[in-house]
Design a protein around this ligand. Structure first.
Ligand SMILES: Nc1ncnc2c1ncn2[C@@H]1O[C@H](COP(=O)(O)OP(=O)(O)OP(=O)(O)O)[C@@H](O)[C@H]1O
Ligand SMILES: [Mg+2]
Length: 287
């Protein structure tokens, strides 16, 4: 336990970081694999509430891969992914929407409320936040959406009213159909549209690993421009593909601080924000 004087010292040491982040929008993507432990989730949500109360403007975007898979399996549907995107037929889309925009989104909201924060849950359909269309490619992904534009108005209103927006990555397509959007893609687009100061993607690995065999290491930083090459070479696979593409897009839209960090680590968010070193992988615009 810290003595009262030590506690005061810790708080004072945090002052420059609190000043640097005061009034700044921080978009946080909270990913599926890192969401499954309730005790850990409570720490993440407490970190977000703390950030809010010391003057930052956190926006939470969540995924939910494992819980969607759990419900699909109960319906005897086998999850299928192509380049990190979930192949989404109509029944899968119904499950995605029920799980993401329903149970998960409202669960996070009520847990934030239970911890004394104020949160509002929404998805890309609310207030016309996300305009999307079906992804077209060599292989049909079904009801997977790509974002045409993001309107930050509703989220900004909620931030201005003192709420923590909690966003699930479901949106409407051009014919009003529900589309499944990768949550990293959604977080990056919102980060750009909100002119966020920082985008933090909490996931289930320490960050981006590069290299082969014994030489495989966590990249503590990476140039955004390197990402297309890393995808083409196969260095990034699965869910890391949309995640890294999202980082590139956020950087291109002017988000200066883009980080992929390990959401399994207790207080990962605070470690990233309140230490000079930071953790995980920092995706930079330039050296
Ligand atoms: N080079 C790489 N470095 C690190 N992880 C990688 C790399 N290439 C692929 N991955 C994979 O990317 C995964 C993270 O993306 P994934 O989509 O599975 O999780 P998430 O985005 O946090 O959760 P969700 O998709 O449910 O929101 C890692 O668990 C890892 O298996
Ligand atoms: Mg993912």
């Amino acid at each position: 336990m810290l003595s009262p004087l030590q506690k005061a010292g810790v708080l004072t040491e945090a002052l420059p970081y609190i000043q640097a982040f005061y009034d700044k929008i921080v978009v946080i993507k909270y990913g599926g694999g890192a969401m499954v432990d309730p005790a850990l989730e409570e720490l993440v949500l407490k970190d977000v509430i703390l950030m809010k109360l010391i003057g930052m403007k956190p926006v939470l975007v969540h995924g939910g891969g494992p819980m969607i898979n759990h419900w699909l399996e109960r319906l005897d549907i086998r999850p299928e992914f192509i380049d990190g995107l979930r192949v989404t037929d109509e029944v899968t889309m119904e499950v995605v929407e029920m799980v993401l925009a329903g149970r998960l989104n409202k669960g996070i909201v009520s847990r934030i409320q239970g911890l004394g924060g104020r949160a509002v849950g929404l998805c890309g359909k609310d207030g016309g936040m996300i305009r999307a269309r079906r992804v077209e490619g060599d292989r049909d992904l079904g009801l997977v959406g790509e974002i045409l534009s993001a309107d930050p108005g509703l989220i900004q209103t909620l931030i201005d009213q003192g709420f923590i927006p909690v966003v699930s990555s479901v949106a409407a397509g051009q014919k009003g159909e529900s589309l499944n959007i990768n949550a990293d893609t959604m977080a990056s687009a919102l980060g750009g549209a909100l002119r966020a100061h920082k985008l933090v993607l909490l996931t289930d690995v320490e960050g981006i690993f590069l290299g082969e065999g014994d030489g495989r290491r966590l990249a503590s930083s990476l140039l955004a421009a390197e990402i297309p090459g890393l995808i083409a070479s196969g260095a990034l696979t699965g869910g890391m593909i949309p995640k890294a593409k999202g980082c590139l897009e956020a950087v291109e839209q002017g988000v200066e601080n883009v980080h992929i960090i390990d959401g399994r680590q207790p207080h990962a968010l605070l470690l990233e924000i309140f230490t000079k070193e930071g953790i995980g992988t920092w995706v930079k615009k330039a050296d």
